[in-house]
Design a binder for this molecule. Structure first.
Ligand code: SF4
Ligand code: SF4
Length: 334
C-alpha cells in the first residue's frame, strides 16, 4: 500500500471496515513445508485446526468468495491456502470476476501445477510464487513443487518470486545473492520479494532466526538489492523489518486486514499467521511496509499510524459493533 492508497482505505476504516482481505481459499495442499503455520494446532485458536473446517468447491466456492467481497468491500485481496491452485477451476471463474471489479488480487502459490495461460491477461492479478531458496534447499523443503515443476508451470507468466529467509539459508554464505542472480536472469520473474521467517511463541525450529541472524539478513538484503534491480525492497521496508511492531495492537497490517479461513466464516487472528506469532520477530513484508508507512507524517505533523488508529476507533463506534470474537477472530476493527 502506498500513501496515495491510504485515502480510499481511510473511508472504509472510518465506516468500521478493514480494507484488505485475505482468504484461505482451500484447506488442501499437496506440500508439507517445514515451518508451515496453516496446519498448526493453534492456527485458528480454540483447538480448531484448518483441516477440520468446511472446504467448498465449484460454483459454491465462487459464490461464497464473491459474497465475502461484497460483505467486506476490500481494495485488495490476498488468496492463499492451503494451495490455491488445488482449486484452479474455481479460480478460473473467480479471478476474471475480481478483475472486472478492478480489485487488486494477489494469488500466493507454490506453482505446484500449471498456472492457466489466460490468467496472464488479468490486469489486476499478481501471482506470487513462494520459493524457499536455492534448488537444493527448496526442492527438499517444498516437493512436489520443485524448481523443475515451478519453471514449467510459470512459463509465459510474469510472476513475483517470494523467498522467506530462514536460518538455514543464512548458514550458506552468499545464498541470498545466488538466489537473486538466479531469479533475476529468469524472464518469468518480474519482481523478487524477501521476507524473514516469523516464528510462533515457544517455537524452537531450525528456521527461526536469532537477533544476530535478523541483523545479518537485513544487512545482506540491503547489499544484494543494489546488485539486482528486480528485488523490491525499499528502505522503508528494511526499516520496518529492523523494528517490527511489538504486538498485534501496534501492527497496522493486522488492524487493516480481515483474514478468513476456508469456510468463509472463521476468522484468523491476530493476522494471516494465526496462532500466537512473535510480533517482535515478525518478518512479514506487508507488515514491515505498513509499519514504515505508519511513521510517515501527513503535513509533517501527525503520523499515518496515529490517524489510522483514531479512524479505526471512530469507525468502530460509528458501525456500532462492539469488540467481539467469533471463535478465534476479532471481528470489528481493532
Ligand atoms: S504450500 Fe503453504 S500451505 Fe502448503 S504446506 Fe507449504 S506453507 Fe503450508
Ligand atoms: S506477526 Fe507480524 S503481521 Fe502478525 S500481528 Fe504481529 S507484527 Fe503484525
Amino acid at each position: 500500500m502506498r500513501i496515495r492508497d491510504i485515502f480510499p482505505a481511510w473511508g472504509r476504516i472510518l465506516t468500521g471496515r478493514q480494507p484488505l482481505l485475505s482468504i484461505e481459499i482451500t484447506k488442501e495442499c499437496p506440500l508439507r513445508c517445514p515451518g508451515c503455520y496453516a496446519y498448526s494446532a493453534d492456527h485458528l485458536g480454540e483447538g480448531v485446526s484448518l483441516i477440520q473446517l468446511n472446504d467448498y468447491r465449484g460454483s459454491e466456492l465462487t459464490r461464497r468468495a464473491l459474497e465475502a467481497v461484497r460483505r467486506f468491500r476490500p481494495i485488495h485481496i490476498s488468496i492463499v491456502g492451503g494451495e490455491p491452485l488445488v482449486r484452479f477451476r474455481e479460480l478460473d471463474e473467480l479471478l476474471p470476476k475480481l478483475d472486472e471489479m478492478r480489485i487488486e488480487t494477489q494469488l500466493v502459490t507454490s506453482a505446484v501445477r500449471p498456472i492457466p495461460e489466460s490468467w496472464s491477461r488479468l490486469e489486476n492479478l499478481h501471482v506470487t510464487v513462494s520459493v524457499d531458496g536455492l534448488p537444493a534447499d527448496h526442492d527438499r523443503r517444498r516437493a512436489p513443487a520443485t524448481y523443475d515443476r515451478i519453471l514449467k508451470n510459470i512459463a509465459g507468466h510474469r510472476v513475483i518470486v517470494h523467498c522467506t529467509v530462514t536460518r538455514q539459508m543464512l548458514s550458506r554464505k552468499g545464498s541470498l545473492e545466488e538466489f537473486s542472480r538466479l531469479w533475476s536472469e529468469r524472464p518469468e520473474a518480474r519482481k523478487i520479494w524477501f521476507s524473514l521467517y516469523t516464528p510462533q511463541e515457544g517455537e524452537e525450529s531450525p528456521e527461526r532466526l536469532t537477533a544476530a541472524d535478523r541483523a545479518e539478513a537485513i544487512i545482506e538484503l540491503a547489499r544484494v538489492r543494489r546488485l539486482f534491480p528486480k528485488i523490491h525492497l525499499p528502505d522503508a521496508v528494511l526499516r520496518g523489518l529492523a523494528a517490527p511492531p511489538n504486538s498485534p495492537e501496534e501492527c497496522i497490517f493486522a488492524r487493516v486486514t480481515k483474514c478468513l479461513s476456508s469456510d468463509f466464516e472463521t476468522g484468523i487472528s491476530p493476522c494471516q499467521f494465526g496462532g500466537k506469532p512473535v510480533c517482535s520477530e515478525c518478518g512479514c513484508l506487508a507488515s514491515a511496509g505498513l509499519a514504515s508507512l505508519g511513521t510517515y507524517k501527513l503535513a509533517g505533523l501527525v503520523s499515518v499510524a496515529d490517524i489510522l488508529a483514531a479512524s479505526a476507533a471512530v469507525g468502530q463506534a460509528w458501525s456500532g459493533f462492539p469488540l467481539r470474537r467469533d471463535r478465534s477472530a476479532t471481528v470489528a476493527v481493532r
